[in-house]
Design a protein around this ligand. Structure first.
Ligand SMILES: *[C@@H]1O[C@H](CO)[C@@H](O)[C@H](O)[C@H]1NC(C)=O
Ligand SMILES: *[C@@H]1O[C@H](CO)[C@@H](O)[C@H](O)[C@H]1NC(C)=O
Ligand SMILES: *[C@@H]1O[C@H](CO)[C@@H](O)[C@H](O)[C@H]1NC(C)=O
Ligand SMILES: *[C@@H]1O[C@H](CO)[C@@H](O)[C@H](O)[C@H]1NC(C)=O
Ligand SMILES: *[C@@H]1O[C@H](CO)[C@@H](O)[C@H](O)[C@H]1NC(C)=O
Ligand SMILES: *[C@@H]1O[C@H](CO)[C@@H](O)[C@H](O)[C@H]1NC(C)=O
Ligand SMILES: *[C@@H]1O[C@H](CO)[C@@H](O)[C@H](O)[C@H]1NC(C)=O
Length: 791
């Protein structure tokens, strides 16, 4: 019986190579990978695969991708040999020739080659790092050629990005050919930059082009021009650009990609999804060229980024918004008959043919009317010059709503002026990234008729294949083999956010026996997951939204990832139960630590102030969905074993009281008395500045050791108590001799005076009554860090 199985197995392994995709570990000299057979190379750790990837009907690229497909079934490509010239799905092959040259051929035409040559024996291998290398057989650490030297739009961890490499974005989400954006080291000043370039214009947009390099934090002196992202998520470049990804510190699957929208992002793999853990440009419309010429970019968190044409212009190609718009009239005709329409808050960056700081508005208009090439003027009050300045534009690129004081006046024929609708500055709007056309290749072949024996072999192998599948299913069923190491690796990568059943929660919390806190709309219990992780389990009170809304919020919260924000491991939504599972923080809340006997020294307090600011700045500006916290207070700031702070309860504000009537005061007010911004009380628009205010109150509390008391009956129209603390501090600061009386007596005299004064200054700015006078959270981070470095 056993012998029979072994015999069968041998037969099957033989048949394997005839009919199904083979994954080999090396390609030897004189052999090829064939597109028809779906031949592949795999890395020893199985993380990466190289082979033919279909990019359309009968169109293929030779590429390297992450073996494991994403949750939506898509592959993530990390390298492509022939992105601009796909090959067909018949008889194309990737070969290592006897001469040592790698070539991609289709119907005897070469589509790509590595241009290598060697007299010694070579082999091609895909390494665990994702690098495809051509090495000598007698010395495998000698690379004759490697894909890491020719990146397309992605670099992997530990892949050096050098002066000889350039990342070029893809044309669109579905068209992998070279797009308009490049990331490169500038050979003149050694700075790493982002640039938009089409046939007509080039335009650098990162670092911000109006800043001198040192103001952008870059250095021009280091000629080595090399940058790398390491395995833990730290990026360092020779021009002093350095950052840590939001999930820095742990080895995870990451990639740095120049996306189709012109932004560079670092992505981290989490539950088979790519999560953004850093990005270069935080204002989506600030990327140059996104909408092509003559169009205007708008962004809102709800609708994302859209492109539109201005009045008098129409889309160049309805199915490709990146091509921009064109005028519906002829600019070279009839200079007499033009006039201007006003586009408030709009700026078009660059391409000025004229600049003056002395013209009047009439003179400025005349300059443009007299020049047939002029498309628009910008006439704006400039604080630097202290006067109005006039720019005339010959090309309209990079247009977006930048806010005051920018105003653009668009030159259009007089006949178009009456139909201009001020409320719809932009017409023919389109969502970005919508080109979904499929590439179809057809190429002539010298078709030979298939021989009879080939047909027979094909049928033979198909039948054998079917038997094989049944056989393996059978073997699997009787042995139930334990999962191998590869799947374990994947599991490790995929752990994290999870949907729990109510039974699991009951078990993890030992039937809700260990209560560790109350507030924020629920009761918190300590618990332990089956994998021994200690967790905090928050059971929300039941006045919440329906399940769909809850799940939508959870998917947002689940994607938020920053070292100063509490990590959410999962949730439970069963029947009436709405439960969140968080990481557990050993040292409890800041509130507890400020009151309790645990003495927080100055360094801890200062680090907490910076950490909380970083966490909130991330919520407000960096996560792709903007999140307001709305309830920042010492109870929601938790401390880990090293007293590093993490903000908790973010993203919850949207979960509460959605069904309460909108005009009711109670439904509107979130937050905790003592830390609430005046906007809540005076019914003003709620912006991220409410969190800035609360943050300021928390910092004042940390500095003074005095909390806004909450023991009176709640009365939302009265913010006397918190005003009293702010005013008390302001008075002491004003009266310079008393400044040291503010400091929490628990700290005695053990604090850094410069840091302390700076923190105090920042906190007082944060609690300004007028929300516009308060800094943003990222400005707060900057102010705190700058002062920290200068002393
Ligand atoms: C990726 O997956 C989504 C959703 O399944 C699909 O709409 C999209 O076309 C896929 N993208 C590519 C490039 O295949
Ligand atoms: C293999 O190549 C590397 C890189 O060129 C070299 O440093 C090393 O000495 C070589 N080893 C042998 C055994 O030739
Ligand atoms: C230049 O940058 C490289 C890579 O970051 C670094 O190793 C080197 O020390 C730098 N040189 C100087 C002079 O700073
Ligand atoms: C990244 O984190 C490390 C360790 O916490 C720190 O030393 C380094 O300064 C950080 N780098 C940046 C750019 O924040
Ligand atoms: C949108 O573009 C088309 C041409 O593509 C044009 O005919 C139409 O007038 C435009 N719509 C508006 C509202 O201007
Ligand atoms: C718009 O672009 C698509 C795809 O790139 C192309 O097939 C089509 O012909 C273009 N339409 C026009 C009017 O140029
Ligand atoms: C992809 O983009 C290239 C270059 O921009 C273009 O030539 C090609 O037609 C595009 N393919 C499709 C299917 O739109």
């Amino acid at each position: 019986m056993h012998l029979f199985f072994i015999f069968l197995l041998h037969l099957l392994t033989l048949s394997c190579s005839i009919h199904s995709a083979t994954i080999s570990s090396v390609l030897t000299q004189g052999s090829s990978l064939f597109v028809d057979k779906d031949d592949r190379l795999g890395s020893p750790n199985r993380l990466f695969t190289a082979g033919f990837h279909a990019i359309g009907r009968n169109a293929y690229c030779f590429a390297i991708w992450f073996t494991q497909p994403m949750a939506d079934g898509n592959r993530t490509l990390v390298w492509t040999a022939n992105r601009d010239e796909p090959v067909t799905g018949k008889r194309s092959r990737f070969s290592l020739e006897k001469t040592g040259n790698l070539v991609l051929t289709d119907a005897n035409r070469r589509f790509w080659t590595s241009n290598t040559k060697s007299s010694s024996r070579l082999q091609l291998k895909l390494l665990d790092s994702g690098n495809l290398v051509l090495t000598r057989v007698d010395n495998q650490s000698l690379y004759v050629w490697q894909s890491f030297n020719f990146p397309t739009d992605t670099v992997l961890p530990n892949q050096p990005f050098t002066k000889d490499t350039v990342l070029t974005s893809s044309r669109s989400l579905t068209n992998f050919s070279s797009g308009f954006y490049k990331l490169y080291f500038d050979n003149d000043d050694n700075v790493i930059r982002l640039r938009y370039a089409n046939d007509e214009v080039t335009s650098v947009y990162w670092p911000k082009p109006w800043l001198v390099t040192w103001a952008a934090g870059r250095s021009t002196y280091n000629m080595s021009r090399v940058a790398t992202l390491d395995s833990k998520g730290r990026f360092m470049s020779s021009d002093d650009l350095a950052f840590n990804t939001s999930d820095y510190g742990v080895t995870l699957q990451r990639r740095l990609t120049l996306d189709v929208d012109g932004n560079v992002r670092v992505y981290t793999l989490s539950q088979r999804r790519w999560v953004v853990s850093w990005q270069a440009v935080s204002t989506p419309c600030a990327v140059h060229g996104v909408c092509g010429p003559n169009s205007l970019c708008t962004y809102s968190p709800e609708t994302g980024r859209t492109c539109g044409c201005m009045h008098g212009y129409k889309p160049k190609n309805d199915s490709d918004s990146a091509l921009g718009c064109e005028p519906m009239f002829d600019f070279t005709k009839d200079q007499e008959n033009y006039d201007f329409i006003r586009l408030p808050f709009v700026e078009f960056y660059g391409f000025d043919s004229y600049f003056s700081q002395r013209s009047t508005f009439e003179e400025c208009k005349k300059v443009c009317l007299d020049d047939p090439k002029c498309k628009a003027i910008q006439f704006t009050f400039d604080q630097g010059y202290g006067s109005f300045v006039c720019y005339a534009k010959t090309l309209l690129y990079n247009g977006f709503y930048k806010g005051t004081p920018f105003i653009t006046y668009l030159k259009i024929p007089k006949t178009y002026v009456p139909s201009y609708n001020h409320d719809h500055m932009v017409v023919n709007e389109s969502k970005l990234d919508c080109s979904t056309s499929v590439v179809e290749l057809s190429r002539a072949y010298d078709t030979k008729s298939e021989s009879g024996s080939l047909k027979f072999m094909l049928w033979f192998s198909i039948i054998l294949g079917a038997i094989e599948v049944m056989f393996f299913l059978f073997i699997y069923y009787i042995t139930k083999a334990p999962s191998n190491t590869t799947t374990q690796t994947y599991l490790a990568i995929a752990t994290g956010f999870k949907r729990f059943t109510y039974d699991e929660i009951v078990k993890a919390s030992s039937k809700f026996s260990d209560e560790i806190g109350r507030g924020g709309g629920g009761i918190v219990y300590k618990g332990k997951l089956p994998d021994n992780r200690v967790v905090a389990i928050k059971v929300l009170h039941d006045a919440f939204q329906g399940e769909a809304e809850f799940l939508a919020e959870m998917s947002t919260i689940g994607r938020i990832n920053h070292m100063n924000l509490i990590e959410t491991f999962g949730y439970c939504a069963e029947g009436k139960h709405r439960i969140l599972v968080y990481e557990y923080m050993e040292n409890g809340s800041l509130a507890h630590n400020l009151l309790g006997a645990n003495h927080l020294d100055w360094h801890k307090r200062f680090a907490i102030a910076i950490g909380v600011a970083k966490g909130l700045a991330y919520l407000h500006e960096e996560c792709l969905e903007w999140v307001l916290h709305c309830d920042v207070k010492p109870h929601n700031i938790l401390l880990d074993t090293d007293y590093k702070p993490k903000v908790a309860d973010f993203g919850l504000s949207k979960l509460f009281h959605q069904d309460a009537p909108q005009d009711s005061m109670f439904s509107r007010i979130r937050g905790t008395r003592g830390y609430m911004a005046p906007e809540w009380v005076f019914n003003l628009p709620i912006t991220s500045k409410v969190d800035v205010y609360s943050y300021g109150m928390v910092v004042l509390e940390m500095l003074t050791g005095r909390g806004p008391t909450c023991d009176q009956a709640i009365d939302y129209n009265d913010s006397v108590e918190q005003k009293r603390l702010v005013e008390w501090v302001r008075e002491k600061v004003h009266n310079k001799t008393q400044i040291m009386e503010i400091v929490d007596p628990l700290m005695k005299d053990e604090f850094e005076k410069v840091q302390m004064k700076n923190l105090l200054k920042v906190a007082l700015q944060c609690v300004e009554e007028d929300k516009d006078a308060r800094p943003t959270m990222s400005e707060v981070v900057k102010m705190l860090l700058e002062a920290d470095e200068s002393d």
